[in-house]
Design a protein. Sequence first.
Length: 94
Amino acid sequence: MFSTLNIKGVFSRMVLGFGRSGLEKKLWPILWCAITHVIWKKRNQCIFNHDNVNWISLVEEVKFVSLSWLHSLSTDVNYTFVQWSSNVNVCLIG
């Protein structure tokens, strides 16, 4: 999912705001929160329910949650789940 994104690029977009368009300013924080939310929920499941991490399903859940939140919070987002899940980087940068 995020293979084409690097840490420096994520940091510069999230914190420093380099190269941010109007839509990109909305997308990055929501994506960050979705990633954090899904990882936190999985962490709790592992600790309290002795669950195991399935990395593929974790990534798919991040994709689903982030796009659901984007659709509910912004009318500017017109991506389908197939577009979003196949190349998040293209959707974020445009």
